[in-house]
Write a protein that binds this ligand. Sequence first.
Ligand code: SF4
Length: 346
Amino acid sequence: MTSTSKYEMMQHVLTELKQPAYRFQQIADAIFKQRIGEYDRMTSLPKGIRKELIKHFGEHVLNLTPVMQKTSRQVNKVLFSMAGGDHIEAVQLSYKRGWKSYCISSQCGCGYGCRFCATGTIGLKRNLTADEITDQLLYFHLNGYALDSVSFMGMGEALANPHIFNALKILTNPRTFGLGHRRITVSTIGILSGIDRLAKEFPQVNLTFSLHSPFDEQRSELMPINKRFPLNDVLNELDQHIRNTGRKVYIAYILLRGENDSNEHAEAIAALLKHRGSWEHLYHVNLIPYNSTDVTPESFHQSDKDRVQKFAGILKSQGIKVTVRTQFGTDIDAACGQLYGYNKQI
Ligand code: SF4
């Protein structure tokens, strides 16, 4: 599967047609400024060029098909069908004062099999192309929504898919989506080479590391990747990332009742994140309530509110920066770890 995006292809086609350089900007302006999603409606372009674009790319700029939408109070989840018939999901979160944040998928399914995650039960079908990644946002853009911030926290392990780097280029390119680097967050379970590449190519993009247990043995049980990339190796890489970029690193921690929410776990997290060096204040722990699904183990439950507060309190008392994340979208299976890509009826 090619990783050359349609935006690059458009420029090739225009060059072949010996068109002036400003033609691509006219197309980009039509899509990204005027929100025009069909080539034929791009009336700033000569008719002949529109016809050529339709011949090469089809009538619509968007190549994903929205097949189902579920909406609850602040959450809008869209199931897309891709060429070949596979499905992916993207989630739009609406915050107070109109801020729109998006959680997008980077892979169809996922091969890493974290035990608390619905996506992991599907197995990896394939990496998404740069177009399939960016089209999830293009869909919302063409429907008139602002794109304020974006997280690669939908289906898949973002840093296992090399196409996300081209997707990041398109998302941050001022000629296309023009998103600020700091408005984008990439989440990883700890793929070392990917963390390194992200720091080199997109140092200002936010990075979140999914910890979920401070103990190697338990983490390997919950997240088999830990056997390949053990916790200490990942933390050393994250130290390097902070030193190179001067940016915060977020530590995501899903709280599972009676599994990883004890005082000992909180103390062990504090011990892991302290005494690392002058940059250690740039680690920030995000505590995330667990969301059960039909396909993840029944033995996993959400931690009680009191426990979450106690857990957060221990971290704070040890000088660790911590936020308890607000829970959105559990009623429509749109929360962390719930994306499944199945055409379930409401
Ligand atoms: S948590 Fe992320 S890496 Fe783990 S199985 Fe789910 S999607 Fe894959």
